[in-house]
Design a protein around this ligand. Structure first.
Ligand code: PMV
Length: 372
């Protein structure tokens, strides 16, 4: 049975609400994540064409609070008729409002109590809105965690952590694919693959136990080359993989890279880690360039930063690698213990290539936290 079938079957039990139920509230802080094996290309509803692997950030997160109040069961329900008041950083936001409404309508299939309540949702990010950090993973995972907590609080379900976070990941995925990987601390894999037992396309799983400690204490210097809105969104980008001439080779490459990377992280092979991570970053952008219609989100400064990172690695012999999200900003990964050697390099050689010398000093994070 798929997770979707399981949650659909269980949905019938999530409707019997006593009209005297008290209003309640819940809030979660949930991180953004950076993928090292990239999800690029989807099938059906938010299912990935290949497995992906990421770690969550510590400093880059969204806090979402949800207040809920019973509004009755007599004719005004149904997922097409939701009552949601949404504020982003204290202001109404029309674009986000539409996205949240569409998300709630979708997830009402698995959380049918949603249509019996009215909601007041407030959300804020730890990072500036236009900082080039993708906020959909942290935004959608924090909201998913709130909704699943409401289920738990109202119906006494999901008592076991594994059940709770699997459902949170499943629900988050329906809002934004990469959000599925933001409900856990440290490293997660989303997408069925041979190496990770229990892996599935429907939700992410946490994969910390087997990894060598060096990979559990990575710093991530996020070098902001351009904080503006992307010219082509990720959802448009995923679509360019449908009918892309290199699609099947790319999905095979991602699977092979996942195996290589996990093996490297289990045995502590830093050289293989670097070569896979950088190959994934550039392959993602190669797909954008070679699609129909091709485009590039990379800027001259992106290439210059990459060149300087590679040169500094050669000279210093230190462990450092770059990765890229779907945008021009560079994530420079290194070990926290090497910060004293690497920070002067960032300051003297990289910041002059960043927009207003802007960077975010981040690292692998502990994962989401329930605030109340
Ligand atoms: O979750 P989406 O639809 O925003 O897509 C994310 C795509 C990448 O960030 C480029 C890669 C990834 O796996 O996070």
């Amino acid at each position: 049975m798929t997770l979707a079938q399981k949650y659909e079957n269980e949905a019938g039990k999530l409707t019997g609400i006593s009209p005297s139920v008290s209003p309640g509230s819940v809030a979660w802080r949930s991180p953004s994540n950076i993928a090292l094996i990239k999800y690029w290309g989807k099938r059906d509803f938010q299912l990935p064409q290949n497995p992906s692997l990421s770690f969550v950030l510590e400093e880059s997160f969204t806090e979402t609070s949800v207040e809920y109040r019973y509004r009755g069961n007599n004719g005004n329900t149904g997922s097409g008729n939701l009552k949601v008041d949404f504020m982003f950083e204290g202001q109404p936001n029309f674009v986000f409002d539409l996205r949240i409404n569409a998300f709630l309508q979708k997830v009402a299939e698995f959380l049918p109590f949603i249509s019996h309540f009215e909601f007041k949702i407030e959300s804020r990010n730890s990072f500036p809105h236009s900082s080039g950090i993708a906020s959909s993973a942290s935004a959608m995972s924090s909201l998913a965690l709130c909704l699943v907590s409401i289920e738990k609080d109202l119906f006494g379900t999901l008592k076991n952590d594994k059940d709770f976070f699997t459902k949170a990941s499943f629900i988050a995925r329906l809002g934004s694919g990469s959000a599925a990987r933001s409900v856990y601390g440290d490293w997660s894999v989303w997408g069925k693959n041979k190496l990770i037992r229990g892996s599935t396309d429907e939700a992410a799983v946490n994969v910390n136990n087997e990894l060598k400690p060096v990979f559990k204490s990575l710093a991530d210097a996020i070098l902001i080359v351009d904080s503006g809105k992307k010219e082509v969104s990720s959802s448009q980008g995923h679509k360019t993989m449908d009918g892309h001439p290199f699609a099947s080779a790319r999905y095979r490459q991602a699977r092979e890279n996942l195996e290589k990377l996990i093996n490297a992280m289990v045995i502590g092979d830093e050289q293989s880690f670097i070569s896979v991570v950088e190959n994934e970053a550039l392959s993602l952008h190669a797909m954008m360039i070679s699609g129909n219609v091709g485009y590039s989100l990379l800027k001259e400064a992106t290439w210059n930063i990459i060149g300087r990172i590679r040169e500094f690695r050669m000279k210093s012999g230190l462990f450092l690698a770059f990765t890229l999200d779907a945008g021009p900003n560079v994530h420079l990964l290194y070990q926290l213990k090497d910060a004293e050697a690497i920070k002067p390099f960032i300051f003297s050689e990289l910041l002059s290539l960043c927009e207003n010398k802007h960077w975010i000093d981040d690292r692998i994070g502990k994962g989401p936290e329930r605030l109340f």
